[in-house]
Structures are given as C-alpha cells and as structure tokens.
Design a protein around this ligand. Structure first.
Ligand code: HEM
Length: 462
C-alpha cells in the first residue's frame, strides 16, 4: 500500500460533550492508485490492521464493514438508510444500465423488483435447464473440433460467450443467430469500458474508449429496441421467456418512459446475468484443475448419477458435490467482491458513528476469508457447504449473492446454470490449464483472472 497504516481511531466531536467515534484507519489520505493496483490486498490489510469496521480517506471517508451482523444491518435490517445512488458502482453502471433493477432505489426499485421477481422463482427457472445444456453442448462441439489442432482456448472468454448466449436466450426466448458475434463484441466493449472506468480519465485513449463505449451502447439500444418491438407485435401470450414476462408486468406503462424502463431492465439482465456467472465457472474450473482429488470425486458423482444422460434440473438434488464445488468457488473468488452503499441519515455501526452521506462498503471477499467463520480459509474444501457445517455459520458470513431484499434476483438461475454447465463440461471433455500461465485475481467490476485462463481440451474418451 505504500504509506504506513497507523492505527488511529479518530474521535470527532459533534456538539458539546458528544463524542462520535469514527472507525480506525490509516493516517492521511490513501493513494488511489495503490488501492486500484491491488484492491484485495488493500482490503485484506485494512481488515488485519483495523478490524471489523475501518475507514480510510480517498477523496472522501469510506467505511469498510467486516462483520456479518453489521453487514446485515447495512444490507437488510437498516437497508432503507443505505442506498445505491451516489456510490461509485452507481456512477459506473448508470451510463449503461440507466435506472434498471441493479441501479434503482426506493419506490422505483420496489416496483421493478415486484414485476421482475416471478420468473426468477426457483420453480420457474428450472424450466431453462434444456436451454442451458443445449447451449453448452454447442460450445463443446466447437471445442472438440478445436481440440484436434491442440490450440489452447481462452477459457474465460469462451465461458463469457456461453453465459451471454444463455441469458440472451432466456430473456429473448430465441437464438440471436446472425447478430451473435456483433452482439458479443458490443458487450465485450461495454465490459472492458466498465472494468477500467475512470471518470477523470481525459487522455486520448480515454476518449477513444468513451467513443467505442458510446457506439456499443447505441448498438445494444438499437438491438434491444428491435427485439422488444418484435415481441410486442408477435404478442407475449403463451411465451415463457423473461422478456414476455417483463412486457406483461409493465403493460400499464407502454409510453416512452415505460419503453425506456423496459430497455433498462433488459440491458440490466443481460449485463448482470452473464459476466458474474462466467467468472464463477472460470474460477471453478481453475480450482478443479488445481485440486485433482476433488475433480475426481466430482467426476465419480456425475458418472454415477448421470451415466450418459444429459443433466437436467431434476438431477441436481442427487449432485450435492457439484453444488458444493460451486459454492466453495464462490466463497474463494466471489465475482462480486465489493458491495457499496451510501447512508441517507446518520446511523451507528457497532460502536461507530456513520454520518449521513457516508460511503459504506461490505466485501464478500473479506468476509469469505475470515478465520472466525472459516477454518483454514485459503484451503479449497467444498465440504464446508454440507448442511450441517453451513448451519453452524452466522448469516451474512457468506454473501456471494449479497443479502437482504436487494440480493441477487438471478441467484437461482445462476446456481442452476453453473451446476448444469459444470456437469456438462466435466462429462464430455477434459480440460488442462496451460502450465506456466499466471492466474491471479484482479478485482475490477467482477473478480477475474488478470491474464485470463488458457486451457487445452481433450474429449473424455480421447
Ligand atoms: C454467479 C453468478 C452471480 C453472482 C455472483 C451475482 C451476484 C450479485 C450480487 C452480489 C448482487 C447484489 C449487488 C448489490 O447488492 O450491490 C446481484 C444483484 C443482481 N443480480 Fe446477480 N449475480 C449472479 C448472476 C445473476 C444472473 C444470472 C442474473 C440475471 C439473469 C443476475 C441479475 C441481477 C440483478 C438484476 C441484480 C440487482 C437486484 C436488485 O438490486 O434488486 N445476477 N447479483
């Protein structure tokens, strides 16, 4: 981090006799570039040196909350006091997502959540199982063709393409054949721009990035507009895709504002619904490569339960290890590694005072590696997620999908998808990561392998 972290629990005064404790943290302002270079190391050191609630100054004072019960207060118990508006995430995402479910607050959010919730219920999302395994089979057919040439694949990119195709089909109910490639490219530009977003950046490359971003948004808006219009003309009756559900839910609002709202919702689902799942799958495959003993156990489970059958949602109850492997991967490498909120009014977190307007962050990455709740936290051990061991942990010690009313609406979809994709990949191909290629986490919008992941593919019988 460069500068020394000196324990300086600051006490401010607010009127005669009233002492308001500000959480401890480094003396003076923290250098933004040092934090940016390695945010995970920064968060880890803050937790180690200052404990459950710490604070540091970068432009403004930022609170870090590292205790499950306090995370619960921010995300659930006192959630009305902690909003998304004005957080860095909000500033970064709003130019693309508008006021969709991920970025809205208050009554607007409540209405959007009510409309969007039903198709994400567990009993509804299981109907997407065939779509998920078909898309995975198509990807694997391409891989096995490539396997003949022995060329390594960029596994992380391949998985992003897959999860994008899956969520797009779930939303639009059809393949986007013909525009798929252009669509993938536009989404790629958006992901890259958001990953490196810097509102102060005014260099030529910054301007260039902004111009490509503008073009990609224009393309996506045009495409989403057309697909929405087409669905309206075709009618939504009898269709079970997410777009039809959203159109029906928002039927009383067909004016321009409603159109804009629908666009924001659809783009939000597309963006929130693929990169996270792709990263979860990427890390899972990396961890299985590093832990062959667990990979073998998983393969045994899949062979016993599935034989040569295609996995379906109904099989998942018989595949507990498949689920735990993904849960453990989400613990070690939570794709959403930081949650941020801004306080509306004054509050207290433990013994500390939170003035109105404070930026308050909770890091799933840090909570997931806290020795108080996780024995030998760096170790990969999917059996941490047996029912018995999970029940022994406090709520909010495990937050890959956040918690409270704003937790991930797509979590059942994501878990279904991750398990079915993992099962299908492991049943059909053998992946070997390219040796010597570095794999380190990089915390951008999502937690991803900095240099990507290279892997060679062989068929199971090959
Ligand atoms: C492993 C995959 C996923 C992870 C780790 C993940 C994680 C999260 C997290 C942590 C949040 C809360 C953010 C916050 O509180 O600031 C969130 C919200 C959200 N996620 Fe996911 N997500 C995943 C998959 C999906 C999928 C598949 C979809 C949709 C198809 C989706 C759609 C959303 C939406 C719309 C929100 C905003 C919910 C609201 O504020 O009401 N996510 N996700």
């Amino acid at each position: 981090m460069g500068e020394s972290l000196v324990d300086r629990s600051v006490a401010a005064t607010d009127g005669p006799g009233q002492r308001l404790r500000i959480p401890p943290g480094p003396a003076g302002a923290v250098d933004l570039m040092t934090v940016r270079r390695d945010p995970l190391a920064f968060l880890t050191r803050m937790r180690a040196e200052y404990g459950d609630v710490s604070s540091h100054v970068i432009d403004e004072r930022v609170y870090l909350v590292n205790r499950p019960d306090l995370a619960h207060r921010v995300l659930a118990a006192n959630r009305r006091n902690y909003v998304k508006a004005g957080t860095p995430d909000d500033q970064m995402l709003t130019p693309l997502l508008g006021r969709g479910l991920l970025t809205s607050d208050g009554e607007v959010w409540k209405r959007q959540r009510r409309i969007s919730q039903p198709p994400f219920a567990p009993e509804r999302v299981i109907g997407f199982d065939g779509l998920i395994t078909t898309a995975t089979d198509e990807l694997l057919a391409g891989w096995t063709a490539a396997a003949a040439g022995d060329q390594p694949l960029r596994l992380d990119h391949q998985l992003s393409g897959l999860t994008l195709a899956i969520v797009a089909r779930a939303i639009f109910g059809s393949d986007l054949t013909g525009i798929n490639e252009r669509f993938g490219e536009a989404v790629d530009v958006l992901n890259r721009f958001m990953g490196h977003y810097d509102p102060m950046e005014d260099s030529a490359s910054g301007q260039e990035a902004r111009a490509s971003f503008g073009k990609a948004v224009g393309f996506l808006n045009g495409l989403v507009g057309l697909l929405v219009q087409a669905r309206r003309l075709e009618g939504t009756e009898g269709r079970d895709d997410l777009l039809s559900r959203l159109i029906e839910g928002m039927a009383d609002d067909a004016g321009p504002a409603g159109q804009r709202d629908l666009r924001d919702q659809v783009v939000t689902m597309l963006m929130a619904g693929h990169e996270t799942t792709a990263k979860a799958l990427t890390w899972t495959l990396v961890l299985l490569d590093r832990h062959p003993e667990w990979a073998r156990r998983l393969d045994d489970e899949l062979t016993t339960v599935l034989g040569d059958r295609v996995a379906a949602a109904g099989d998942l109850a018989q595949l507990p290890l498949c689920r735990r492997v993904i849960q453990e991967s989400l613990r070690l490498y939570p794709p959403v590694w930081l949650l941020s909120r801004r306080s509306v009014r004054d509050d207290e977190l433990g013994e500390f005072h939170v003035p109105a307007g404070t930026l308050v962050c909770v890091s799933p990455y840090i909570l997931h590696r806290d020795e108080r709740f996780w024995d030998d936290p760096a170790r990969f051990d999917p059996d941490r997620f047996t029912d018995r061991r999970s029940a022994a942990r406090p709520d909010y010690a495990y937050l890959p999908f956040s918690g409270g009313p704003r937790q991930c609406i797509g979590r059942h979809f994501a878990m279904l998808e991750a398990q079915l994709v993992l099962a299908t990949i492991r049943r059909h191909v053998r992946l070997a990561l390219v040796e010597g290629h570095p794999i380190e986490p990089e915390a951008l919008v999502t937690l991803r392998p900095r240099e990507g992941v290279l892997a060679t593919v062989a068929t199971r019988d090959g």
